[in-house]
Design a protein around this ligand. Structure first.
Ligand code: CFM
Length: 546
């Protein structure tokens, strides 16, 4: 098996592949796309060498989503006891309703609005005469029905076009209701070049209206927040299980299975562990500036990555008891992982994978494929920024364009009474000296092999072309890509929805993933994609009048 894959790798040259991908485009389009296709050098340069977070060229079938999706669906969607009310035509709500597989568990209070679909159901007359009254009435109706602690309002494209002032409506309703925190997000679908802009808009408002609102002290010795974990397919439940076993208190998760209380208490944590850098780094930075909570990058996708992240958290607290418990937990969990690998790895070793997912999973899931001995030959994000590819050291050199400038940057200062450094300068220096890096993400490219292809905002045409040219053993992306890739005879794994599988995080998740990939790459069904008559036509016919 391994030799067969090696042979396949030797067949292509990345420069040729890049040229072939661009060949069909008109010259202007080819020039633009060329900047988003990088032949990897696995360097950590200061200057970005890949262009990202720019507009998709009209006419190209992108894999991306919209700004509303990033705000309402991604960041706020997974929280369970906030009523998420969409101001807009019903389609925007309907297509965002229960489609992201972010799981919830109601907990003792029983509050869970996940299964509901709240919308103002805007009609033509609202577009003409304005929808503010309708929005106020909908907030009142939701309040009367459920008495939630909080109602969040999301703007869809027409709201921005007609200029409804959703923030004033929200503020007025908050004052009127008294015991319900109401706020709004100007996350119209067109606001940015992708869902990434929606993350930023969501982060700003969460920070403004939620973080720091609850001063009731949270118990726990090692208090952290897990930022950028959305509990897709139950990933968050597996991570929670491991944290509990280790004695780590997770004050809040942004935002898998989260509650209003978690968001509002999150400033009490002593460390922010950032899982998905793309979607939540803004909150991590703002919390550090305002409250003094340091942040580190973690990854719980992959058994080794999970062990590494747990050790990193333990090292931060520096407490012998925690360090020992973490080691004990790792020692308890790893045998199951190793047993699974012993059985599966001989069947997956040397096979090849491609991943084009969102803004962080292409990197995170590479860890799992590494564990299986599989080589990631091409990867990229739909909407990652240059720092997600090449590391945060490129940040000062990223050119800010008009589209990014369009998204608000909020000014944050140290809180006069609540800012509290979690570590002394001396402690921080000692950690850094021992190789500990705060506020840092190294990006995808440095973990990709030399001469692999790192591609931003891959599209339908290029995806099919890549598969045709490089023939990976598995391709990972989303539902829009699923069937066109499978028709080419290559198994396709959805890494957004997990094809209804999961969890894949943590130790148990890793074992799940190994089994799933084994089944996919070793199934013989992909060899039967062509019907026998397509391979060797046996009959030819003519009409009787011919
Ligand atoms: Fe972060 Fe996500 Fe992702 Fe993302 Fe997403 Fe998602 Fe994703 Mo789909 S927050 S960037 S906007 S890890 S919904 S849980 S799978 S594209 S790679």
């Amino acid at each position: 098996m391994a030799t067969a894959s090696k042979k396949k790798l030797a067949q292509w040259d990345p420069t040729d592949i890049k040229a072939e991908l661009l060949e069909k485009y008109p010259p202007k389009v080819a020039r633009k796309r060329a900047k988003q296709i990088m032949i990897n050098e696995a360097l950590q340069n200061d200057t970005p060498s890949l262009t990202a977070n720019v507009r998709t060229i009209p006419g190209i079938i992108t894999m991306r989503g919209c700004t509303y999706a990033g705000c309402k669906g991604v960041i706020m969607g997974p929280t369970r006891d906030i009523v998420n009310l969409v101001h807009g035509p019903i389609g925007c709500s309907f297509y965002a309703w229960l489609t992201r597989r972010n799981q919830t568990e109601a907990g003792p209070d029983g509050e869970n609005y996940m299964t509901y679909c709240f919308s103002t159901d805007m009609q033509e007359q609202d577009i003409i005469f304005g929808g503010e009254k309708k929005l106020a009435a909908a907030i009142q109706e939701a309040y009367d029905l459920f008495h939630p602690k909080s109602i969040a309002v999301f703007a869809t494209c027409p709201v921005g076009l007609i200029g409804d002032d959703i923030h004033t409506v929200a503020a007025n309703m908050k004052a009127k209701l008294g015991d319900c925190n109401v706020y709004a997000f100007s996350c119209e679908g067109y606001k940015g070049v992708s869902q990434s802009a929606g993350h930023h808009i969501a982060n700003n408002q969460v920070f403004r209206h939620l973080v720091g609102q609850n001063e009731v002290p949270k118990e726990g010795k090692y208090k952290i927040n897990l930022l950028g974990e959305y509990n897709i397919g139950g990933d968050g439940f597996e991570i929670d299980r491991i944290f509990k076993k280790c004695g780590i208190t997770c004050i809040s998760t942004f935002s898998g299975n989260s509650t209003y209380d978690q968001f509002t208490s999150s400033h009490q944590a002593d460390l922010n562990a950032v899982m998905c850098h793309r979607s939540i780094n803004y909150v991590a930075d703002m919390m550090e500036t305002k409250y003094g909570i340091p942040w580190i990058k973690v990854n719980f996708i992959g058994a080794k990555a999970t062990a590494k992240s747990l050790r990193k958290i333990a090292e931060y607290f520096g407490d012998k008891k925690l360090i020992d418990t973490v080691e004990k937990v790792i020692a308890e969990e790893l045998p199951e992982v190793e047993a699974a690998l012993k059985e599966i790895k001989p069947r997956t070793e040397g096979k090849t994978a491609m991943m084009f997912v969102g803004g962080s999973r292409a990197h995170h899931y590479k860890e799992l494929f590494d564990e299986l001995g599989m080589k990631t030959i091409s990867a990229g994000y739909e909407f990652g920024h240059q720092d997600d590819y090449e590391g945060r050291q490129v940040l000062p050199n990223i050119k800010i364009d008009a589209d990014s400038r369009n998204i608000e940057e909020i000014e944050v200062e140290a809180d006069p009474t609540r800012f509290k450094p979690r570590k002394t300068d001396k402690q921080l220096k000692a950690l850094e000296k021992a190789g500990y890096r705060f506020k840092h993400y190294a990006g995808l490219a440095v973990d990709m092999d030399k001469n692999t292809l790192v591609i931003d905002d891959l599209n339908q045409y290029e995806a099919e072309k890549l598969v045709e040219l490089m023939k990976p053993d598995i391709f990972c992306a989303g539902i829009k890509e699923k069937f066109s890739i499978q028709k080419l005879g290559v198994p396709m794994k959805q890494l957004h929805s997990y094809d209804s599988g999961g969890p894949y995080a943590g130790f148990k998740g890793a074992v799940n993933f190994y089994h799933e990939i084994d089944r996919l790459v070793n199934s013989r069904v992909w060899g039967y994609m062509k019907a026998p008559w397509q391979k060797n036509p046996q009959l030819s016919a003519s009409y009787n009048w011919e």
